[in-house]
Ligand binder design. Structure first.
Ligand code: 0RA
Length: 664
């Protein structure tokens, strides 16, 4: 809420020339400009990209209704974005009630879309579902161009305020809608669209809607164009997610539908496979919205999978006693896509499906369809059961290690790891724990911290790569056990992020190759085993400075090269010293007594320096770890931490151009 920006009063549209109806309409959009965060979540990078999503969702709905096949998104050089579709086009004729063009009503009224379409499984009604009018309200320039009934119609807006009437600007044989908008830079903290983020969402939508062809063109800088179209749908999606791991059981596709309480059909499509990793990747969607927190469709799938495979295995004498749900999840990658007529979204981030009847619908589809599948594919069935049996054996072995951890955390204070220097405050919200690479940096951090609310846990050496380890191996690892006990939120099935003993968990490692390796290992662990801590915004990365600039008794710290050069310029009062190659002198003593040193590692800083630069909440910068797309994050971790070497090499080569400050 504190991210809202109140526009100056004179920016608000003041119009006297409109009918009563239009004034009401404008008041609606004024509200959006006054409290943008209430409508699109926030005004950061996230909210900005939400604008594109809002427009694309409308086109997807048009496609789901069966009228549109192509959606073309362009990021223009002037900073605007356009979304073009070949649907029916927004109606342009006079609105039966409001007496103005229906197009104008749609562009100026919150939630207008829903009134027209009775199609039940709409994306656009989903998460925020505020419609294209919201995008209009938050755009400096906004142009809608409609191809419909032989004519091209166009209307322009600024900040939700019409600049032209709906005009006919030409003739056409095509139909479709193009929305082009330039986000308002006085509202958004950033107005830079990130092509990669847009691509991630379009790719996801293309997997979920195999009949749609989506294109993203970036006209800025080099100019790139990418087409997303996956005729294989969820099977292609599973293969994409598991690209960097080896599959053990090939994708199984199951679909069906059933009557929901609302009377409409709930449609379910599920695809899953098993790979040779030990973790579970489950992605779920309702009406194309990623249900990050899961919900009834996920619960239904899980219980039916366990039940159906168990009863097949027992009936065919493949096992004696039933295996547990956990055993069927090891190495499982599953994607669930449900279409629900009146979805109820619950949970902290409103991404958990609440409709209780959906659970039963999903369960009976899986029970029925999977049983048929297993009966006709005995080889696949056998492999699934072998995989689960191995997992069960490992689970027994893990029990011992797990009990060790459980005992430790049960005893609480007395059993906190010896290495942990705890803080004195006991309220989780106000406290933080630093996971520090190396004993020497750990020592400095212990001395430099504010012991009331800062705890320090030094980590010795490399932690285990949890991506390639079974649960009991994970728990056998000393460093990981210490982390689990220190955080105190449990592990595995019992993990509960709400129980974290600290409000912030801060990873602090050197800014070199070893440091980033350790950071990646820790991130892998948190992503796989304590993901809710990330969803709740509790995981952070400390940012130690890279340079110290010293003149006489004055010391300055700089976190990157640009900042360092700025500091030098400031103390030299704009006298820049160049070396014989014409470059600025950056390291060592300069002619005017400025000493520039590069911090090689945290260990080089004394406790006071560490406090001032990296730990003092008043001065430090922390990077909050967030997951923008679970699909993409899974993919990156699989690639970086998995067993296949070739995808990793390709990933690093592809991304090397973005990596700066590589300290090799
Ligand atoms: C209202 C009614 C109809 C279509 C649309 C809106 C529509 C909205 C958007 C937004 C982006 N692309 C869109 N395409 C269509 C139904 C029109 C009819 O009955 O002909």
């Amino acid at each position: 809420m504190n991210e809202e920006i109140l526009p100056e009063e004179n920016e608000l549209p003041k119009q006297n020339t409109y009918s009563e109806d239009s004034i009401k309409v404008l008041e609606g959009l004024e509200a959006v400009r006054l409290r943008p965060a209430m409508y699109i979540g926030d005004v950061s990078d996230r909210g900005l990209h939400h604008l594109i999503q809002e427009v694309v969702d409308n086109s997807i709905d048009e496609a789901l209704a069966g009228y549109c096949k192509n959606i073309y998104v362009t990021l223009h050089a002037d900073g605007s974005c356009s979304v073009q579709d070949d649907g029916r086009g927004i109606p342009t004729g006079p609105h039966p009630v409001k007496m103005i063009s229906t197009l104008e009503v749609v562009l100026c009224t919150l939630h207008a879309g829903g009134k027209f379409d009775k199609g039940s499984y709409k994306v656009s009604g989903g998460l925020h579902g505020v419609g294209v009018s919201c995008v209009n309200a938050l755009s400096m320039d906004f142009t809608a161009t409609i191809h419909r009934e032989g004519s091209i119609y166009q209307q322009r807006y600024s900040k939700g305020d019409p600049q032209t009437p709906v005009e006919i600007i030409g003739t056409t044989e095509k139909t479709g809608t193009t929305i082009r908008f330039l986000p308002d830079s006085t509202i958004f903290k950033t107005v830079h669209f990130r092509a990669e983020k847009v691509a991630d969402r379009l790719r996801e939508l293309a997997f979920l809607n195999p009949d749609i062809i989506m294109t993203l063109e970036d006209e800025r800088e080099e100019g790139t164009k990418e087409v997303f179209c996956y005729p294989g749908g969820l099977v292609d999606f599973v293969r994409y997610v598991d690209e960097s791991v080896t599959s053990v059981v090939e994708p199984v596709l199951i679909s069906g539908s059933g009557k929901s309480d609302s009377g409409a059909d709930t449609i379910v499509e599920i695809c899953f496979e098993y790979n040779d990793s030990y973790s579970e990747t489950l992605l779920s969607y309702v009406n194309n919205i990623n249900t990050v927190e899961g919900g009834t469709h996920v619960t239904g799938f899980r219980s039916a999978l366990t039940r159906t495979v168990n009863s097949y295995a027992v009936n065919n004498n493949l096992i004696k006693t039933a295996l547990s749900g956990e055993d069927f999840r090891e190495g499982l990658t599953a994607i669930i896509s449900a279409k629900v007529a009146e979805p109820q979204f619950e949970g902290q981030t409103k991404t958990k499906l609440g409709n209780s009847d959906v659970e039963g619908v999903v369960r009976s589809i899986i029970n029925e369809q999977l049983a048929i599948y297993l009966d006709s594919n005995p080889k696949v069935a056998k492999k699934m059961i072998e995989k689960a049996t191995l997992a069960a054996e490992a689970r027994m072995a893990a029990k011992k290690s797990r009990e060790l951890v459980r005992r430790q955390s049960a005893l609480e204070f007395s059993s906190l790891p010896g290495k942990l220097a705890d803080c004195s405050l006991r309220t989780a919200e106000d406290t933080e724990v630093y996971l520090v690479e190396g004993d020497s940096a750990g020592g400095s951090a212990k001395q430099g911290r504010d012991r009331r609310f800062q705890a320090i846990l030094p980590l010795r050496g490399k932690i285990l790569n949890t991506h390639r380890a079974r649960m009991h191996k994970v728990l056998d690892n000393e460093e990981i056990r210490t982390i689990i006990t220190a955080i105190g939120a449990g592990f595995g099935e019992e993990f509960d992020a709400d129980k974290s003993r600290y409000g912030k968990i801060i990873l602090m490692a050197d800014a070199d190759v070893d440091g980033s390796h350790i950071r990646t290992l820790l991130l892998t662990f948190f992503f796989l085993h304590m993901r809710d801590l990330i969803h709740q915004g509790k995981l952070y990365i400390a940012q130690p400075p890279l340079y110290k600039v010293k003149k006489g008794k004055q010391e300055y710290y700089a976190y990157n090269e640009a900042e360092r050069d700025e500091v030098i310029r400031r103390i030299r009062k704009d006298k820049i010293v160049l070396d014989d190659k014409g470059e600025e002198i950056l390291e060592g003593a300069t002619s005017d007594g400025i000493i520039i040193s590069r911090f090689k590692g945290l260990g080089e800083m004394n406790p006071e320096q560490l406090w001032t630069t990296t730990m003092n909440p008043e001065k430090r910068t922390l990077l909050q770890v967030t997951i923008e797309s679970v699909t993409e994050a899974t993919h990156v971790f699989d690639t970086l931490m998995g067993e296949k070497v070739e995808p990793r090499r390709e990933f690093i080569e592809r991304n090397a151009q973005y990596v700066k400050n590589l300290d090799v």
